[in-house]
Design a protein around this ligand. Sequence first.
Ligand SMILES: O=C([C@H](O)CO)[C@H](O)[C@H](O)COP(=O)(O)O
Length: 211
Amino acid sequence: MELQLALDLVDIQGAKEIVNEVAAYVDVVEIGTPVIINEGLRAVKELKAAYPHVKVLADLKIMDAGGYEVMKASEAGADIITVLGVSDDTTISGAVAEARKQGTKIMVDMINVPDMAKRAQEIDALGVDYICVHSGYDHQAAGKNSLEDLATIKRVVKHAKTAIAGGIKLHTLPEVLAARPDLVIVGGGITGQENRQAAAAEMQRLVQAAW
Ligand SMILES: O=C([C@H](O)CO)[C@H](O)[C@H](O)COP(=O)(O)O
């Protein structure tokens, strides 16, 4: 089981400062969608240049032109790139084919997928590396989480690794870990804490103990 830090509400300098503090406690650092909207793929490039050994996920949430966008994110230094589960199969296949060429990986974000079991099976068959259930900010505001969806994909996914994201905090982490995802994604649960290092260290301890 691995821990991913999501950096969403920061600029490039802010992202570097947080990575400085917590890199030792996380397995993957995500450059979040809001950062990429504000700063472009330059954010991925600069983070990778500053921390060449850190595994970086670019949360592009690709919806079209999978091959082209994966190529650009891979060239910027991303190790993992996200594509939306609601996009067309050809977009996902194009993303997977390009990622294979580039030596990078594809995570499919299942946000707003209506039939989770059916779509997770279809996407698993397309050869993606991760399938991630996700309660985005708007879902979180409505009090939702993705534990039920995680149980669903754990039941049907045979090849891809499973991941969960959305509003996970230290006090909700044990419940998430009990469902045994391969990857847990935490943003505000680390970045929004007064002592980010302590939060990340404790989360890492719990994630590693859950193996
Ligand atoms: O993907 C995300 C969201 O859609 C904003 O782009 C977040 O990275 C993801 O939800 C994890 O962040 P937290 O919900 O703050 O843990």
